[in-house]
Design a protein around this ligand. Structure first.
Ligand SMILES: [Zn+2]
Length: 487
């Protein structure tokens, strides 16, 4: 697949952005030359894109943006990237970068040329792992998938003892512009320069800044760079990708079968019964939100306004007030302009819709996590279609079926008996082997029974249970009750 396009941005000597351009490789030289004016700096998207439909040459990003997000988006590709920045603490950023690089090289057997590191020119580091080495393939949802994979990786490293390692999830957006190597950083007076692993591990913050006083060029020639997947790294990537994609694909497939409208991220678009403000949105409206979560909150408010059929003016007044309050750096005129541009996007595109799950997720990011009973949405009518789909997707699942009251009473009585005789009523899972007499549910290794309510008597013998998730996340219980209602 040919992926010749990137998004480019130029920052002028006064720190202002020129509008982002979208250009194929062939035009890069020209853009670099344009940005070569004193004090200017060129940024390029870490992602590369397939050619847009119905356009060619250099264009504005906003002209083609819609083709790369939302439903039927065109694919993009990117190296696995980390933008390590610790609130201006370069020492700490370098130490985090060392953790990441060590993990990638030691655990995934990646060569140094596949894990390239740059000092960002100010207070951080950029680490890019070659897509070729990991076997990353172009996909419309790649950047979003990368965010989940990196969140998982960081949690793993933190559990291994990486001190305070966190990652800024907001850098996994489309497009993500990074300063081009050897470009000047106006704030620090330094350049973004590539570091060898030796330099990364041995140089202090001062020594690193010393290296960045002039451009250094790349440390590798094109022939040094990986062109094929490295087995261990590629296995890790494909397994991590599968873990990330499966739940979303399942949500999407389930929703489609059940006749629900679903957004590209897999959230079901709720059709609201009325326009009363639900708890999930109310808590965002009241919140004072940190910079990292403001965009998504604004988006959720706008999506809800649209779903609740608020007139544009009214929605704008509401969102502009929120934006002005939470973005104190903006004047009220600029806050209103920002709110208006968000609302225009949301009202103008069918791929934006309100989802309580997405709104609650944004509310959690503000530090509030309301259980939302207020979303009176149209719920799916048929669970039966969902069952049939689940049967095909999930080998560990079987359709719940009815049980008569009499049979269930008998089963409960035997269960109670078993516990009393075992003498351990506080540990329902613990029963001596001789007491396993429940004919409805042959005992399975590692399986705890839900105390009190018998939801799913399963008389099928010999079905192995490789240990399904339990606790509040048990997935079959609500479906079982749905089945009874239906029948
Ligand atoms: Zn809600």
């Amino acid at each position: 697949m040919s992926l010749p396009y990137r998004c480019y941005g130029t920052m002028d000597a006064r720190g202002r952005w020129r509008s982002w351009r979208f250009a194929p490789d062939a035009d890069e030289v020209r853009l670099v030359a344009e940005a070569a004016k004193p004090g200017h700096a060129l940024f390029a998207s870490v992602q590369r894109f397939t050619a847009p439909r119905g356009a060619a040459g250099v264009m504005r990003w906003r002209q083609v943006r819609d083709q790369y997000v939302g439903n039927d988006a065109l694919p993009h590709i990117a190296p696995l990237y980390f933008d390590v920045d610790c609130d201006g603490d370069l020492d700490r950023a370098l130490s985090w970068a060392r953790w990441l690089v060590e993990h990638l090289v030691e655990q995934l057997d990646l060569p140094e040329s596949a894990v390239r590191v740059w000092f960002s020119g100010s207070k951080g580091a950029h680490i890019l792992v070659a897509s070729e080495a990991l076997g990353i393939k172009a996909d419309p949802s790649l950047t979003g998938d990368m965010k989940s994979i990196i969140t998982e990786l960081i949690a793993h490293l933190a559990a291994e003892g990486a001190p305070g390692l966190t990652v800024d999830g907001s850098v996994y957006s489309l497009p993500r512009l990074l300063r081009v190597p050897d470009q000047f950083h106006r704030g620090s007076g330094l350049f973004k320069v590539e570091l060898s692993h030796r330099e990364l591990f041995q140089c202090s913050a001062e020594e690193t800044m010393e290296l960045a006083k002039a451009p250094r060029g790349g440390l590798w020639t094109p022939t040094d760079l990986p062109v094929v997947p490295m087995p261990k790294a590629a296995d890790w990537w494909s397994a991590a990708l599968e873990r990330t994609r499966r739940p979303r694909q399942f949500r999407i497939a389930t929703a489609r079968i059940a006749g629900l409208k679903v957004r590209p991220d897999g959230y079901v678009v709720d059709e609201l019964v009325d326009a009363a403000t639900p708890d999930c949105i109310a808590s965002i409206l009241d919140a004072t939100v940190e910079p990292g979560a403001r965009n998504r909150c604004e988006l959720q408010i706008a999506c809800w306004s649209k779903a609740a059929r608020q007139p544009f003016r009214e929605a704008l007044d509401q969102l502009a007030a929120w934006t002005a309050r939470n973005r104190s750096e903006l004047s009220s005129i600029h806050a209103r302009a920002k709110a208006e541009s968000i609302l225009r996007s949301v009202y103008g595109r069918s791929s934006y819709g309100f989802s309580c799950a997405a709104a609650r997720s944004a509310a959690r990011a503000t530090g509030r996590g309301p259980p939302c009973d207020g979303c009176r949405a149209v719920r799916p009518r048929s669970y039966r279609q969902v069952f049939s789909l689940r049967l095909r997707h999930d080998p560990q699942w079987s359709v719940p079926y009815r049980v008569s009251l009499e049979v269930s009473r008998g089963s409960i009585a035997r269960d109670v008996d078993g516990r009393v005789h075992a003498g351990r009523p506080d540990r329902p899972g613990h029963r001596p082997a001789g007491n396993r007499q429940d004919l409805f549910r042959p005992d399975r290794p590692g399986r705890r029974r839900a105390p009190g309510r018998l939801r799913r008597p399963d008389a099928r013998a010999g079905r192995p249970d490789p240990g399904r998730p339990r606790g509040p996340g048990r997935q079959h219980a609500p479906l079982a009750s749905g089945a009874r209602r239906e029948g």
